[in-house]
Ligand binder design. Structure first.
Ligand SMILES: NC(=O)c1ccc[n+]([C@@H]2O[C@H](COP(=O)([O-])OP(=O)(O)OC[C@H]3O[C@@H](n4cnc5c(N)ncnc54)[C@H](O)[C@@H]3O)[C@@H](O)[C@H]2O)c1
Length: 287
């Protein structure tokens, strides 16, 4: 199977990043969202990211222009997905939002189209259950920020076919990424680990053990991490983090995944991190 057209559903932090690397790799790529202004925001994120690559001389201005000509936007999923070879869903981390999209894609897409999800922890099998092609449903869990992070977890369900797996591995590798195949289990590998780190940091803050700057500082200096847990949470999105933790907690009942109350309070107040310019550093820090 040759992939030419890619459709990315959702133009937020991840969708725009995935659409960017897809277009950079030469695929005709259409991003879908529910409002044009959200698509415009996604395109602006892409332009700014590509602009930084040009500035740092990682790509040429000409590469940026060519990439942009391969990128399209649409608020009409039918138009965007009707002839797509590969679809990647990257909408909110809520099963009730993702399931109808998989149901619609089943109706819209040609029968050979592979339907991938960028979910961070919702069972890919559950998403596959909304389709009549569970063998062609797979998880492609890109990391944030997509243009910079090399690793992608490829989530294979009990029914994902070897062919879907192979095409997906080749496709993701063609985007310049490295892959690891994991079982369809709550939080996969990456989010079983990293969400606990951020949740624990939030609990330390609740206990007044240290300031957010100091917690980030000591973690960076002690483990050579490029970011501290609060910087990471602000980048991932506090709402996304809460959804991730809740997702694993609800599926497993493991107490350690219960979101620290402070995270929930921040989401209620709209302090969801860098994407809205308000996160841990604005509530508790100097930023
Ligand atoms: N943010 C991260 O660090 C990160 C990392 C890895 C995976 N993920 C996963 O990627 C997915 C997207 O996360 P994000 O951070 O980009 O979220 P986001 O909130 O930045 O973007 C989600 C986008 O989906 C759009 N959307 C919602 N319903 C839609 C619909 N019916 N049709 C089309 N578009 C719709 C929203 O308008 C929004 O623009 C989630 O499953 C998340 O768990 C996120």
């Amino acid at each position: 199977m040759t992939i030419k057209k890619v459709c990315v559903v959702g133009s937020g932090t991840m969708g725009s990043g995935i659409a960017q690397v897809s277009a950079q790799a030469g695929y005709e790529t259409t991003m879908v969202d529910v409002k044009q202004e959200l698509l415009d925001r996604g395109m602006n994120m892409i332009k700014s990211s590509l602009g930084k690559f040009v500035q740092k001389e990682k790509i040429k201005q000409e590469d940026m222009s060519k990439t942009l000509t391969r990128l399209h936007t649409s608020i009409d999923m039918r138009n965007a997905a009707k002839d797509a070879d590969y679809v990647i869903e990257a909408v909110f981390e809520r099963a009730e939002v993702k399931l109808p999209i998989f149901g619609q894609l089943e109706e819209i897409c040609p029968k050979e189209t592979i339907l991938a999800s960028n979910t961070s922890g919702i069972p890919v099998s559950l998403l596959a259950s909304a389709t009549r092609r569970p063998d062609k449903v797979i998880g492609t869990h890109f990391m944030n920020p997509v243009p910079l992070m090399k690793g992608v977890e490829i989530v294979k369900t009990l029914l994902t076919s070897e062919q879907t797996l192979k095409v997906s591995l080749d496709f993701v590798k063609s985007l310049g990424k490295e892959t690891v195949v994991v079982k369809d289990s709550p939080g996969f590998v990456t989010n079983r680990i990293i969400t606990l780190v951020m949740n624990e940091a939030a609990k330390l803050l609740e206990e007044n053990l240290a300031s957010i700057e100091d917690i980030d500082k000591i973690e960076k200096l002690s483990h050579n991490w490029p970011m501290g847990p609060f910087e990471l949470a602000d980048m991932v999105g506090i709402d996304v983090l809460v959804d991730l933790l809740e997702g694993v907690y609800q599926q497993t009942g493991w107490e350690r995944y219960k979101p620290a109350p402070i995270l929930k309070r921040m989401v209620e107040l709209g302090y969801t991190g860098r994407k809205v310019g308000k996160g841990f550093y604005q509530v508790f820090g100097q930023g």
